[in-house]
Design a protein around this ligand. Structure first.
Ligand code: F6R
Length: 610
């Protein structure tokens, strides 16, 4: 998704903007641009391509010189990636950058054309720029009034960075639905779509609410509420630093984040375990509060939804409460039979995914209680949920989610243990034993990392020329296979499907050809025999089987070509160590194929549009 930044201070603004945008690159983009006040005039530099293309362009055309400005990385929605469609866009005396989608841009564009405006680009953003110019003409020297009036006409989502020609030291910004933070340093201030953009300048920031407007001037920050009155807001402090937003010696963020998983789990579960028992009171979750839920829905997208699938198995098995898992994009349009007395759990790393947010709002409207499991502090989903469990994975920069997934799992377990206890489905002793085993997972993951790095690299070399492959598993292994398969396809661009192993015979097995790779997951003792017989079925038809299995399982060597062993834990907890080699296989395959692992094509880290 687009990234926006803005700066008002004493440094070389072009450098600050490009640096800040480079730390938002993970969001995905296809063009970039900046606008900087140079001797009181707004100078724009923008082009299609990566930030390095913008820098190269500025080396030839001259870099705007000044201390105040705005910047943007664009992920095309309206209009192809091109120089002209790149942001910033301008209207009469005003220049803007925008993240989001203006749903009523066509009506507004017609209105503006009738009033004599001419458009250069195909973007919805230029409509906002021209509309701001239109209202500024009616309210000269009144930027706040102009912004307020303009956003009244906008439908959809936006985070806007705005500069007016008449106010050369000032950056304005506003938001609705799209994320925006306001960084506060010493004699300098910032706007950005996300904290990593500004973390090397300041850890202190404000979160803007919908339709609030902020003014950055000579390092001062003034925030106006949606009535135009100045308001005081709580200053937040990021609890992580620059190192967390840098690669720290690893070649990619993804592999760094895979290695951070033991720490992420530890930081997430430690404060929620008291005297060996799960304790979610700080998240306003008590045994009393959750014991009455009869039906649970877990709603999320992509990897977060896959964490929900593991949650379903675990909750149903331990707490005996029925769980339905939905993709948020389906849930919101299928008239779900959700209502009072139900719990809807929304899982989201970013806390800003448009479909997940809309699904949560729908669930609330239908009378259900909502619980959000979110990584990004202060994000929209976190702010609007009835109950909230933050995962403490730290910033996840790679587009392919790894550490956020594993901490989502760890939280699902804690919640399932607590719910099972509340329902009287497990005893205190059983709960303690499960919790103790969960506490062992960080150590076990470190072990898996050490032991599977080499074999997964090797398997990656074997998959490098593959065009298509299958993942198979049963029960929890099936849920895990779905995540393994998604990881591989998103970064390696290899077509991959995940199938419940027992379902193969009903159609999919016809895809197996001589030499086709099949990644089989077998970690569940009660399903082992059945899974192995499915593996033998594909092997007999020529598949090359990469088997990821619990180390103590005795499996006929004829059944596989490569074996990746995972340490033994209780069946129910096996997804945590087992996802690690699946992540590594995806990572090394993509690396061997020479792909841009951290920024796979067409993907955005946080999907804030439908
Ligand atoms: C895949 C991936 C995506 C996200 C999905 C939801 O690696 O990262 O599938 O899981 O877009 O995003 P969040 O969790 O931010 O709601």
């Amino acid at each position: 998704m687009c990234g926006i930044v803005g700066y008002s201070g004493y440094r070389d603004c072009s450098d600050v903007l490009v640096g800040a945008l480079s730390r938002l690159e993970y969001r995905g983009y296809d063009s970039a641009g900046i606008a900087v006040f140079e001797n009181g005039k707004i100078e724009v530099a923008k082009c299609k391509g990566r930030l390095k293309d913008l820098v190269a362009k500025m080396e030839i055309d001259g870099k705007p010189q000044g201390n105040v400005g705005i910047g943007h990385t664009r992920w095309a929605t309206h209009g192809e990636p091109s120089d002209i469609n790149s942001h910033p866009h301008s209207g009469e005396k005003v220049t803007i950058v925008h993240n989001g989608i203006i749903e009523n841009y066509k009506v507004l564009k017609e209105f503006l054309i009738e009033h004599g405006e001419k458009f250069l680009s195909d973007t919805d953003t230029e409509v906002v720029a021209k509309l701001l110019g239109y209202y500024y003409k009616k309210n000269p020297m009144e930027p706040i009034v102009t912004i307020e009036r303009t956003i009244k006409d906008l439908e959809g989502s936006f985070a806007l960075g705005i500069v007016f020609e008449d106010f050369p030291d000032v950056v304005f910004a506003t938001r609705r639905e799209s994320p925006l933070i306001v960084g506060v340093g010493e004699n300098e201030s910032f706007i950005a779509s996300d904290v990593p953009a500004i973390i090397n300048y300041t850890k202190n920031y404000y979160l803007l609410d919908h339709d609030e407007i902020v003014k950055l001037e000579n390092g001062d920050v003034t925030i106006y509420d949606d009535h135009g009155d100045i308001e005081e807001k709580e200053l937040m402090t990021a609890d992580w630093d620059m190192d967390a937003a840098e690669k720290g010696g690893y070649p990619h963020f993804m592999i760094k984040e895979i290695h951070e998983q033991p720490t992420s789990i530890n930081t997430t579960i430690k404060p929620r375990i008291v005297d060996g028992m799960p304790n979610l009171e700080e998240c306003s979750i008590t045994l009393d509060k959750i014991k009455s839920f009869k039906q649970i829905y877990i709603v999320a997208c992509g990897t977060a939804m896959h964490a929900g699938l593991v949650g379903k198995y675990v909750i149903e098995k331990l707490a005996k409460v029925p769980v339905t898992v939905d993709m948020a994009s389906e849930f919101r349009y299928r008239n779900p039979l959700v209502g009072k007395g139900d719990l809807v759990i929304i899982i989201s790393q970013s806390g800003e995914t448009a479909d997940s947010l809309a699904a949560m709002r729908l669930a609330k409207k239908l009378g259900a209680k909502t619980l959000a499991i979110v990584n990004v502090k202060g994000s929209s989903i976190a702010r609007e949920a009835d109950m909230l469990i933050y995962t403490h994975a730290g910033p996840e920069i790679a587009v392919a989610s790894t550490k956020a997934y594993i901490v989502q799992l760890s939280v699902m377990y804690l919640f399932a243990f607590e719910l099972a206890l509340a329902k009287g489905a497990i005893t205190q002793e059983q709960c303690k034993a499960l919790t103790a085993e969960l506490q062992n997972t960080p150590g076990i993951i470190s072990d898996v990392l050490e032991k599977t790095l080499e074999i997964t690299q090797y398997v990656g070399t074997k998959l490098v020329a593959t065009e298509s492959l299958l993942y198979i598993g049963r029960g929890l292994d099936y849920a895990l296979s779905m995540e393994g398969s998604l990881k591989l396809k998103e970064i390696s661009y290899i077509h991959s499907e995940s199938y419940a192993a027992g379902e193969l015979k009903h159609g999919t097995i016809s895809l197996i050809t001589d030499g086709m790779p099949v990644i089989a997951v077998a970690t569940q003792s009660d399903l082992l025999e059945k899974t192995v017989s499915n593996i033998k079925e594909v092997k007999a038809r020529g598949a090359k089987v990469i088997l990821v299995a619990r180390e103590d399982f005795e499996i006929d060597e004829e059944a596989y070509d490569y074996l990746i062993k995972v340490p033994k834990m209780q069946d129910i907890l096996m997804p945590i160590p087992t996802i690690v080699p699946l992540q590594l296989i995806a990572y090394y395959t993509a690396v061997h194929r020479g792909n841009d692992v951290d920024k796979p094509r067409n993907l955005a880290k946080s999907v804030t549009v439908e």
